[in-house]
Ligand binder design. Sequence first.
Ligand code: SF4
Length: 702
Amino acid sequence: MTDGARLATQPGVRPREAATHCPYCALQCGMVLRETAGRVEVTPRDFPTNRGGLCQKGWTAADLLDHPDRLTTPLLRDRPGGELRPASWDAALDRVAGGLRAIQERHGRDAVAVFGGGGLTNEKAYALGKFARVALGTRHIDYNGRWCMSSAAAAGMRAFGVDRGLPFPLADLGRADTLLLVGANPAETMPPLMRHLADQRARGGRLIVVDPRLTATARQADLHLQPLPGTDLAVANALLHIALTEGWIDRAYVADRTTGFDEVRRTVAGCWPAEAERLSGVPVADLEATAWALATVDRAVILTARGAEQHAKGVDTVTAFINLALALGLPGRPGSGYGCLTGQGNGQGGREHGQKADQLPGYRRIDDPAAREHVATVWGVDPAVLPGPGVPAYQLLDSLGTTHGPRALLVFGSNPVVSAPRAARVESRLRDLDLLVVADFLRSETADLADVVLPVAQWAEEDGTMTNLEGRVLRRRALREPPPGVRTDLAVLAALAARLDAPGAFPADPAAVFEELRRASAGGPADYAGVSWDRIDADTGVFWPCPDEDGPDTPHLFAHRFPTPDGRARFRAVTHRPAAEPVCADYPLHLTTGRVLAHYQSGAQTRRVAALRRAAPGAFVELHPDLAGRLGVAEGEEVRVVSRRGELRAPARLSPAIRPDTVFAPFHWPGAARANSVTNDAVDPVSGMPEFKICAVRVERA
Ligand code: SF4
């Protein structure tokens, strides 16, 4: 029996300690929470992903449980422009239900929209999707995970017929002879993951990092390729060109396990390494060394993350790296493969169970008649009442309050005022709504705009499941009850469904929701039918697909076939194209955005943790000293970064780690330092991923 199960199943009253997982990123590090005299202490727990490690965010996660900013009563705004005031739950829920009804009666079902988050448990993501389709009958639901991994998800579906971030356990990284990380900086975003990379290095493995910045991860690499943002696709095609030229293609694998290679071969034949060097700045010699390191070893792994994916060509960029992996025969080969490092805590599970505009639980498509029939039967409704697909997150937010867009929005676990691209425009759209409802445990910048704020439970106050970056389903275990005045998200949805006279059941008990989720996912690509809480407790989680409670789970995918109709992976020819917004005389520099070690996503949580605030008190703009010299900017001096959409102001941080033609800003801060005031809202045509990673700017002394 695992530590988690032992602690979770002690007889008697609720244990004052719980073996659970960190509330933040997709590594879902194991931790134990102990409450003594009202104080909650976090200690790391040995788990396959973190192997006893935690980052500073995990160590301090409990600081928010009793934080003075904690919301413990609903808030209502009586009139536009008025102040939020405390209210009873009945008054708040009546206002929400009454408002939703009135708007739908006047403008139709789709006049109400739902926006979820990649941090919600599987149970909450599932219930939210069901609530939107059944209780509200709206097609408009999407979530902030769209901005996290949707390009890798779409490319994975296109190539492999399934989207699971890593198709193998994280421990496999430690055995890779060569590991290529593209646009990933785990030393800052997921520090305990570096333990696996340390293993890999200790065994003599090679680490190659592709990143426009010399990051903490890139400093540890044997080889750092430092391309211009937005040119990763050209780099990938050049690597495949070299592999073809050198005769390093795994021809038997390509013949037996794939389709579509001939067109890719013809396409990349024209992708000359010298041209890739011209576009990206990566020397041909480094491209050759990388191709050689991947192609001439037994075990090679290619991983992408947001740096490669958050582009208007993110899907094609990931596809180019998948093409390279397939040509080298990596996916499904023991110890080798392609994967994506998912970012948000339940980014993986959140996209499997119905928060995405085009999906039903189990990763079923909402436009598939058989899928609609199956899920409608579980939900006890006629398939005909289920709406069709909605639109991706940015398109949804950009339509709010417009003539044909939704008039009301319910937000659960997200803070788009800080995290959305072109955020000032999104903020303005939110202000145009007739009704904005935010469920959160802190007053985020989005909650500040709401008509109704509903105070909900935190991670240590709820049970449920999360699915980490490996596709491993984990147990989140409650340490304590929510404080008086606070309800769980599931209880909120249940109460609203009752007020809306929704058909079907909306249980507030997460165990009951999970049992329903199992049935709804049964037979789908992300099949959880064989996953039970007891089974998770008895081991270190369960990898989906797991269709049978008595059968095995699936740590490794693709060993013998791909889940496509013919069992083969699909190559797809892709070519480089420029960024959506080229630099010009007025905006001569590239801006790229990202994260810092101490903060998470929009920062609504981590900015309130004193230790994290001390570690990273504010935003900054990273510039190369040569660029700073040309602009006359000194270290620490406030600068303006201006794009066609807006500006941000923050102190300059001079560093030779960044290219002289590019500046970097973290996106965790609101107000004048908000990086997303500047970012581009161009989106990938397949995934809907906005181009967070590159836009044209100028930098001025403030
Ligand atoms: S933020 Fe991520 S890496 Fe840090 S402790 Fe939490 S799960 Fe682990």
